[in-house]
Design a binder for this molecule. Structure first.
Ligand SMILES: [Zn+2]
Length: 543
């Protein structure tokens, strides 16, 4: 997802705004009580700015990669328990996933947001150039440190009102664990965790505030690791005795890259070699290559996957090695968002509007856009679009998000809130710069206000939930049904990233945020906000 930290956004995809309905929908009857409670929820969120900021900064400082979000998990579970939620930990076989529940009865509203970071994205916040806290370490180079603060702040604000007003309804809070690996949401569906959910309100960091409905830009994917096994031998003394698994990896890579010419334009595929042998004088007995195969829909994803399997088998034959059983490390369906829920959230977005950016916020944004040599030095946006974007036209592919799996099982919308800077490459240190600064904090508060208002809409206007399901049944899933990409034998890839976190965590711990001593993480790090290159510093040293 990414335009500035938007995992799934294809930069070149045209999103065409379509009319909300062929006939204008009748305006809901005036509901002064709902309006008053929404105003109260907004004030409750506003009064919790420090609470939200601490969550954003704390999770930023953990910088944990997918499936290894142990500090983040413990921290969030503690906050939720302190605030009256019952928490089931380790759901769907994922130790760093949980389902928190408060309330009773209908509607059941599930609030989700991702929590994992990006490899090699360590970065000092508020500094408008590459300046890692720890060279080589992971960090929040996507902005997934912020979404839980949106949801938890909103939930606590609404819970207070629901308790007093004795409003029926259940709020669930859950993490998008290992989203960068699209590693868990399909397992949550398989485990039945969304079976009784009425609406899923997802949040994701962005650089503006918006929701969409219909088929979204981007792709779904299957993430597959191919492992080969040969035999070692002395690579100089008796190479004819050996069979190189690495040869099969290289032949598969070559085979795939030739085949790429003949794939649809919308596909995206990329790989890393996760095992390339041990040392040159030992013929590699084992080797592995890991692919993401991305396409626009389920049948085309399956087709790419079959092509990958064929090339792997052929590569094994050429190298005279064995292809081991393949491992699915993640899957994601393409995303489709619910029209009724999107319209509801969109109306609330219009009421909340964009945060007020300070001169310092704008200075940081512009300095970073300049540092990245962007064509546009646009700073932070001041206005939100008043148009609700509908189904994507001419989808040319792009990123993926396993919220797609949820969206094909329950009416779902992703709220993008303005906590990052526009014009960034994504999955990069630059996307971490804003994520523990006032830009992120203000965006989270704005997002939490929208989220809180939308929850109240769904709780107090049950007809919205009925209409959302009508759209889901009669429009979205009329001709297209969810089929899992997961095979029955697949299990969550919870071992991923353990080695990287074992390597860096001891050093990263020294930088964990301590809110008992410092008001903000910037304060703790002693960073002047914003820190930008001075004209002098940019001048080359004379020699
Ligand atoms: Zn993301």
């Amino acid at each position: 997802m990414k335009r500035s930290g938007i995992c799934a956004l294809a930069l070149v995809t045209t999103v065409i705004a379509v009319p909300l309905a062929q006939k204008p929908a009748p305006l809901p009857a005036a509901n002064p009580k709902l309006d008053a409670l929404k105003q109260e929820a907004v004030a409750e969120v506003e009064s919790r700015r420090a609470f939200s900021q601490q969550m954003v900064d704390q999770i930023f400082s953990y910088g944990e990669l997918g499936f290894q979000e142990f500090e983040t998990h413990r921290y969030l579970v503690d906050i939720l328990k302190q605030n009256g939620f019952a928490v089931q930990e380790g759901i769907a076989g994922v130790p760093t996933a949980f389902m928190a529940t408060w309330g009773s009865g209908k509607p059941v509203i599930a609030l989700g947001s991702d929590i994992d970071g990006i490899p090699q994205a360590s970065q000092k916040p508020g500094v408008a150039f590459h300046d890692p806290l720890i060279e080589g370490a992971p960090g929040h180079g996507e902005g997934h440190n912020s979404g839980q603060a949106v949801n938890i702040t909103a939930a606590i604000a609404v819970k207070k009102i629901m308790e007093r007003e004795k409003l029926p309804g259940t709020i669930r809070i859950w993490p998008g664990t290992a989203e960068e690996l699209v590693g868990t949401k399909a397992y949550f569906i398989r485990a039945g965790l969304f079976k009784d959910v009425d609406v899923a309100l997802f949040t994701h960091v962005g650089d503006s505030m918006s929701v969409t409905w219909g088929d979204r830009a981007g792709t779904g994917l299957v993430s597959v690791q191919y492992s080969f096994q040969g035999e070692t031998a002395h690579a100089a003394g008796a190479p004819w005795r050996g069979r190189s698994a690495l040869d099969a990896v290289q032949l598969m890579d070559i085979g795939w890259n030739f085949r790429r010419e003949h794939l649809r334009l919308s596909q995206r595929s990329h790989s890393v070699v996760t095992d390339g042998g041990d040392q040159p004088n030992v013929v590699p007995r084992t080797a592995s290559i890991w692919y993401y195969f991305r396409e626009l829909d389920y049948p085309h994803i399956k087709e790419m996957w079959e092509t990958g399997d064929t090339i792997a088998k052929a590569a094994a034959m050429m190298a005279g090695v064995e292809l081991l059983p393949t491992k699915v490390l993640g899957t994601a369906w393409p995303q489709h968002f619910n029209k009724v829920v999107a319209e509801t959230a969109h109306a609330n977005i219009q009421k909340v509007g964009m945060p007020e950016w300070s001169d310092q916020d704008q200075q940081l944004a512009k300095a970073l856009q300049k540092e990245l040599k962007n064509a546009r030095i646009e700073g932070l946006p001041l206005k939100i679009s008043d148009t609700l974007a509908g189904p994507v036209q001419n989808n040319t592919g792009g990123g993926s998000d396993d919220i797609g799996d949820i969206s094909w099982n329950v009416p779902t919308v992703t709220l993008r809130y303005p906590s990052n800077i526009p014009g960034l490459p994504g999955h990069n240190w630059s996307s971490a710069i804003a994520m523990a600064t006032p830009i992120a904090h203000k965006g989270v508060t704005a997002g939490a206000k929208v989220q809180a208002m939308t929850i109240l809409d769904l709780v107090m206007r049950p007809e919205l939930v009925d209409q959302a399901w009508k759209y889901f049944r009669d429009m979205q899933t009329k001709d297209k049904k969810y089929e899992p990409l997961l095979r029955p034998q697949d299990q969550p890839a919870i071992w991923l990233n353990k080695g990287i976190m074992d390597k860096y965590r001891p050093e990263m711990k020294k930088y964990y945020y301590d809110p008992s001593r410092y008001k903000t993480y910037l304060d703790q790090l002693g960073i002047k906000y914003p820190t930008i290159k001075t004209p002098n510093a940019q001048r080359p040293t004379p020699n």
